[in-house]
Design a protein around this ligand. Structure first.
Ligand SMILES: Nc1ncnc2c1ncn2[C@@H]1O[C@H](COP(=O)(O)OP(=O)(O)OP(=O)(O)O)[C@@H](O)[C@H]1O
Length: 318
């Protein structure tokens, strides 16, 4: 990736808080121009701590951060006009109206787009005269997004952009983010909605305890997880009669098979069922989703913690 294409680069980045707790423990990733990159993770994984470093709000305690070729902390004046930031908590004066808030923010933004245009982009045109304190949670998120878009940023940081939005509002935001990306904006977002990352992100990274434990395109991340076949055996059929080649985890009559070769395993199972004249009840076969990949990581992490070992990466990569 050339410097021109690489808009965000984090290399061995660390962040330590007062008291010595290391929230980000040496992570590396890059985001290309016009890409949507999602940072996912368990609660407290270090997503916000990382994004704040990229936004130049704090200095890393190790490693380097580059945004548009600059150090966002030390060269803030060069970076700030070209980025849009939507924080988790906007924190705007609640007595101002939506239009007044935008005008105020416009005054602090170089080459702002017309405030009406920003409101239209996020679907808030009809709320311009309403005071911020009278907005719903979802409408406040949209106002936050309008403010982040005011400067026509090259890079957009979105921290949980659709929290509090209803299903339609979420779809509208996704559509807007895609349109911005198609226009060349680079987007880095954090989210707890896995379907959001799956549908929106070109690439993603899953963090846990300050580390990136899995990264790639949504397809790559899910491809590394096994598919799942579930069914129930009728009474009187012993699970030990199943073909040896299928690694079956039996819970009484309920069977779950995890496989990296879904079609082959399913074929083998169906052949066995036909030849043995066994009806597979509630048969369900599906490829791994991002949600399953994520839950696997969370479960592996819990098991790992319980055993007080440090083999998470190995377990996750296996
Ligand atoms: N100012 C601070 N001082 C000390 N510790 C902090 C501070 N801010 C965050 N932390 C800790 O750093 C870790 C990472 O926090 P961070 O907010 O980056 O996680 P996150 O992935 O964004 O979490 P969430 O998904 O819950 O928003 C957490 O254990 C948190 O308690």
């Amino acid at each position: 990736m050339t410097t021109d294409e690489c808009v965000i680069a984090a290399d061995g980045v660390r962040r330590r808080y007062a008291g010595g707790f290391e929230a980000v423990t040496g992570i590396s990733f890059s985001v290309a121009r016009g890409e949507i990159f999602a940072l996912l993770g368990t609660n407290g994984a270090g997503k916000t701590s990382t994004v704040e470093l990229l936004e130049g709000l704090a200095r890393p305690d190790g490693g380097t951060v580059r945004v548009l070729g600059h150090d966002p902390y030390r060269e803030r004046a060069a970076v700030r006009p070209r980025i849009g930031v939507m924080l988790q908590e906007g924190g705007f004066p609640s007595d101002l109206t939506v239009a007044e808030t935008l005008r105020m923010w416009s005054g602090c933004t170089s080459a702002p787009r017309p405030t009406g245009e920003a409101l239209e982009l996020v679907g808030l045109s009809d709320r311009a005269r309403v005071r911020v304190k009278q907005l719903s949670g979802g409408e406040k998120r949209r106002l936050d997004l309008a403010l982040a878009l005011l400067g026509g940023p090259d890079v957009l940081f979105l921290d949980e952009p659709t929290t509090g939005l209803d299903a339609e509002g979420r779809q509208d935001t996704w559509e807007l983010v895609r349109t911005l990306r198609d226009g060349g904006t680079t987007v880095l977002l954090t989210t707890h909605y896995l379907e959001e990352a799956e549908s929106l992100a070109d690439r993603l990274a899953i963090m846990h305890r300050g580390r990136i434990v899995l990264a790639g395109t949504p397809a790559e991340v899910t491809a590394s997880r096994p598919a799942r076949i579930r069914f129930e055996l009728p009474g009187g059929v012993d699970a030990r009669r199943l073909p040896l080649g299928l690694r079956a985890a039996a819970d009484g009559r309920r069977i779950e098979i995890r496989t990296h070769r879904l079609q082959e395993s399913l074929g083998e199972l169906l052949r066995w069922a036909k030849e043995s004249d066994v009806e597979l009840l509630r048969l369900d076969a599906r490829s791994a989703s991002l949600e399953e990949a994520f839950l696997d990581i969370a479960r592996t992490a819990q098991d790992t913690t319980a055993r007080e070992t440090s083999g998470l990466e190995a377990a996750v990569a296996a």
